[in-house]
Design a protein around this ligand. Structure first.
Ligand code: GCW
Length: 699
C-alpha cells in the first residue's frame, strides 16, 4: 500500500492529477526525529507521485508570521506541533486544536491560498497526519470511470486514535524461523544473530506507522534459552539498534521475556515472584534494558501456558507474577503485558468435565483488582484459539479493575496459512461490535478494548504479525490487506470492512474500476468461503495436528489439547451449557448467557460451539445440521473455484509477478477446498449414515 514509493501501482488506471500548488514547498520549524521522518516520507511521496522535487525549508524562516502567511508566495505545506510551529498552530482555531490530543492530528488544505497544514500536539501525530495526507493523495485520483474516491476530503481532517496501544507481536525466533509464520524467514534474525539488514526493518516500521500502529514486540512469546538473553549485554546492543529504527517511526519496542529468566540466565535457583533475590534480579536487569533503550515499552509475557514456566510452579498466582515485573518496570514507565492464554494443555480426552474454553476466565476473573496499574492483560478474541469461528472471550466485560488489550491473529494459522485467501477484518469487526452487556446494552468489546467502558488507563489492540522476509511481505499478496486493516481498525474500530478493503485495494492496485471491483469482492467474500468448507457451525479445529494446515476431522479428537467435536453416529458438538454441559455459558453476562444456553436462541453459526445436537436438528435456517454441513461444503468448494476464476480475469491488468503468484495460490486453494469438502462430507456421511438430499457425490 506504499507502492507509490516504487512508482508502482497506486495511481495506475487513474488520470494522474497535476501536483497541488502547495506541493513544491515544505516548511518545518522543529528539529525532531519523527518530524524529520515525516518530512522524508512527505518529500519522497510527493516526488514519486507528482514527479517534482519539493523544496524543504527548515528553521525559524518557516515560523512564518501572520503577514508572511498572507503573502502570495507562501504556497506550501507546513507541518509541526502546536508548540513547535507557530504557523501550524495559527492555521487552526483553539477549538479545533482542542479536539485532538497526543497522537491525534489536524489537516487543512486552503486551496485558494495554496497551502496545506498538518498539525498535532506531538511529533507522532504529525507523522500520522503526513501518512494520512499521502494516502489521500493516492486515493484522490480520477479513476478509470471518472470517479474521485477522495475528492475534497483534504479540506479539513481531524483524526484521533481510538485505542492508545496499537501493537504488533512478532513470533520470530533468533534462529530465523517464525512460529506460525507463512511468509518466509524472519526479517529480524538469522542463524542465532540479529540481522545486519536494518533496511528491511525500517521499511516494516514505515508500513506499520503508515497504518497508525505504535508498538511492537520483536520476539516470540515462547521465549527459548537464546532469546532470554535479549535482556543481557549479549544482545542489548542489537535490540537497541532495532528500537532506533522503530523509534524514528513512533513505534515503541517491547520484548517477550522468559518468566524463568532468573534461573535460566541469572543463575538463581528459583523464579518465585515473592523471592527477594528474584525481584532484585528483575530490577537490575530491567534497569540495564532501560540504560540501553530509554523508551523501552516493557515485557510481553506468556507464563504457565503451553509448557512455558510461570508463577504456578511456586504456588503463586498470575497477579503475583505480573506485579513483580510491574515493580521492576514502573520506575521507567514500562508496562507488563501479560497474556491470558492459560489452559491445561495436557488434558485427558476422556475427561468431559474440563473445558478449555473456560480456562482464561477461571484463571483470571478471580484476580480482578489485584494487578498493578502498569499491568495489562492481553486476551485473545476467543476462548479457544483463533479459529475461523468461535465465541468471543467472556473475559471481556468480566474485569472492571484490570487493564485489558484485545489480541487478534493476523497470521493465518487456522485460516489458510496465507495459501488461502481469508480477509479477516469482518471477523474482527464482529468481535469488536459484540455487546457484552457488562454495563448494560452498549457495552461492546470495542469499548472495553479502548478502555472507555471502565475508564482504564491502559488498553488497546495487539495482534500476531503475518509478515516475513518474503518479497511481498505476507506470502499471499492479498494477505497484506489483513495487516493494513488491522492497523486501520486499531486506529479506528468504527471503520467498516468494506471501507478498509476498498482503501487497501485502491492504494495497492490503483483505480482501474474492474480491478477494484474484483479484488474487493474476493476479499469480502473470502472469510465466509473459508468457513464454508472448513469446520462447521463454530465447532473449530478439524485440522492436521501441529502444523494446523489441511483437513483432519479427528486430528485433535483424541489428543491432550482440549479441542474436541465429540461427533458420534447420532450427533456432534460441545455441550457448554450450565444445564447439562461444562457450564461455560455462565461466564457471559445474563443476556448472552441465556442466548447461548438455549438451543433455540443460540445463533446457528455457533451452535456446535455451545451445544451437542443430533444431525437431524433443524437450524434457524430451516436446514438440518447434516444437510447444512453438506451444503456449505459443496458451496465452499465452488466458491473457492470462483475466487480463482475472478482473479484470472485480471490478467494483463496487474503486475505479472503478482498476478502469477496469486493465480497459483488461488488455484491451490480451489484444489485444497475440494479436499476439505470431501473429507468433511465423507466423514459425516459415514458417521451419520444420512444421505445428502441432492445426491451429490460423497465418498
Ligand atoms: O495458537 C497457538 C499456537 C502456538 C502459539 C500459541 C500462543 C506462540 O499454535 O504456536 O505459541 O497459540 O498464542 O501462545
Amino acid at each position: 500500500w506504499l507502492g507509490y514509493l516504487q512508482g508502482q501501482s497506486g495511481v495506475k488506471g487513474a488520470a494522474r492529477k497535476a501536483a497541488p500548488v502547495w506541493s513544491h514547498n515544505v516548511s518545518v520549524a522543529e528539529d525532531q526525529e519523527m518530524i524529520s521522518t515525516a518530512i522524508a516520507e512527505l518529500t519522497q511521496g510527493l516526488e514519486k507521485l507528482f514527479d517534482i522535487k519539493p523544496k524543504v525549508s527548515h528553521s525559524a524562516a518557516s515560523q512564518a508570521s501572520e503577514s508572511d502567511l498572507t503573502g502570495q508566495e507562501a504556497h506550501g505545506v507546513w507541518l509541526g506541533t502546536w508548540t513547535g510551529s507557530e504557523a501550524v498552530a495559527q492555521a487552526f482555531s483553539d477549538i479545533e486544536r482542542s479536539a485532538v490530543h497526543d497522537e491525534g492530528y489536524l489537516i487543512r488544505e486552503d486551496k485558494e491560498q495554496g497551502r496545506l497544514f498538518i498539525g498535532s500536539e506531538t511529533p507522532q501525530g504529525v507523522l500520522y497526519g503526513t501518512f494520512h495526507l499521502l494516502r489521500e493523495l493516492v486515493l484522490d485520483q480520477e479513476s478509470s470511470n471518472g470517479v474521485h474516491p477522495a475528492e475534497g476530503r483534504l479540506s479539513y481532517i481531524a483524526e484521533q486514535p481510538v485505542n492508545a496501544l496499537r501493537m504488533i507481536n512478532q513470533w520470530d525466533n533468533v534462529d530465523g524461523s517464525i512460529e506460525r509464520g507463512y511468509a518466509g524467514k524472519s526479517i529480524f534474525y538469522e542463524n542465532g544473530e540479529f540481522t545486519r539488514d536494518l533496511g528491511r526493518i525500517r521499511d516494516y516500521a514505515r508500513l506499520l506507522a503508515s497504518t497508525g500502529l505504535n508498538a511492537i514486540s520483536i520476539n516470540n512469546v515462547n521465549v527459548h534459552q537464546c532469546e532470554s538473553l535479549f535482556l543481557t549485554e549479549r544482545f542489548l546492543g542489537d535490540v537497541a539498534k532495532v528500537a532506533a529504527e522503530f523509534r524514528a517511526y513512533g513505534i515503541r519496542l517491547f520484548l517477550s521475556a522468559n518468566y524463568a529468566s532468573p534461573i535460566e540466565i541469572g543463575g538463581l535457583l528459583t523464579a518465585d515472584p515473592l523471592d527477594e533475590q528474584v525481584r532484585e534480579w528483575w530490577n537490575i536487569q530491567t534497569a540495564k534494558v532501560y540504560a540501553a533503550i530509554p523508551d523501552f515499552g516493557g515485557y510481553l509475557i506468556k507464563a504457565d501456558s503451553e509448557n512455558r514456566p510461570g508463577p504456578f510452579t511456586y504456588n503463586r498466582d498470575h497477579a503475583d507474577g505480573a506485579n513483580m515485573l510491574a515493580e521492576a518496570l514502573r520506575p521507567f514507565g514500562g508496562l507488563v503485558i501479560w497474556r491470558c492464554f492459560v489452559y491445561n494443555c495436557k488434558q485427558d480426552w476422556r475427561d468431559r468435565s474440563t473445558d478449555r474454553a473456560r480456562a482464561a476466565y477461571d484463571h483470571f476473573k478471580p484476580l480482578d483488582g489485584r494487578f498493578a496499574d502498569n499491568v495489562i492483560l492481553q486476551i485473545k478474541n476467543g476462548p479457544m484459539d483463533f479459529q475461523v469461528r468461535e465465541a468471543v472471550s467472556p473475559l471481556f466485560g468480566a474485569m472492571e479493575q484490570t487493564n485489558q488489550v484485545l489480541e487478534f491473529q493476523i497470521t493465518q494459522e487456522y485460516t489458510g496459512q496465507q495459501r488461502h485467501l481469508c480477509y479477516l477484518i469482518p471477523q474482527w469487526k464482529e468481535v469488536l461490535d459484540f455487546d457484552t452487556f457488562a454495563k448494560g446494552p452498549g457495552s461492546e468489546i470495542k469499548r472495553i478494548a479502548d478502555g472507555s467502558l471502565y475508564n482504564r488507563p491502559y488498553s488497546g489492540f495487539a495482534a500476531v504479525s503475518n509478515i516475513g522476509a518474503d518479497a511481498c511481505w505476507t506470502g499471499h499478496p492479498l494477505a497484506q490487506a489483513n495487516l493494513y486493516g488491522y492497523g486501520r481498525l486499531a486506529w479506528n474500530p468504527e471503520l467498516s470492512s468494506e471501507e478498509i478493503a476498498e482503501e487497501w485495494v485502491r492504494l495497492t492496485f490503483g483505480h482501474d474500476e474492474e480491478v477494484v471491483r474484483l479484488i474487493y469482492g474476493m476479499l469480502l467474500n473470502s472469510l465466509e468461503i473459508y468457513e464454508n468448507y472448513t469446520a462447521p457451525l463454530g465447532v473449530g479445529w478439524m485440522v492436521n495436528p501441529e502444523h494446523h494446515y489441511g483437513p483432519n476431522v479427528d486430528g485433535y479428537e483424541y489428543s491432550k489439547w482440549g479441542t474436541y467435536h465429540f461427533a458420534d453416529c447420532d450427533g456432534i458438538g460441545v455441550d457448554r451449557t450450565v444445564s447439562s454441559g461444562t457450564g461455560y455459558t455462565s461466564q457471559y453476562h445474563r443476556e448472552n448467557a441465556e442466548r447461548y444456553e438455549s438451543v433455540d436462541s443460540c445463533p446457528d453459526e455457533l451452535l456446535l460451539f455451545f451445544h451437542h445436537v443430533p444431525y437431524t436438528h433443524v437450524l434457524h435456517s430451516g436446514k438440518t445440521v447434516i444437510q447444512h454441513i453438506y451444503d456449505t461444503h459443496f458451496a465452499g468448494a465452488e466458491q473457492a473455484a470462483s475466487l480463482a476464476e475472478n482473479w484470472r480475469q485480471l490478467e494483463g491488468k496487474i503486475d505479472p509477478t503478482v498476478f502469477d503468484k496469486v493465480a497459483k495460490l488461488q488455484a491451490g486453494q480451489a484444489e485444497h477446498a475440494k479436499e476439505w469438502r470431501d473429507m468433511i462430507n465423507t466423514y459425516f456421511y459415514r458417521k451419520s449414515g444420512i444421505a445428502e438430499e441432492q445426491g451429490r457425490t460423497i465418498y
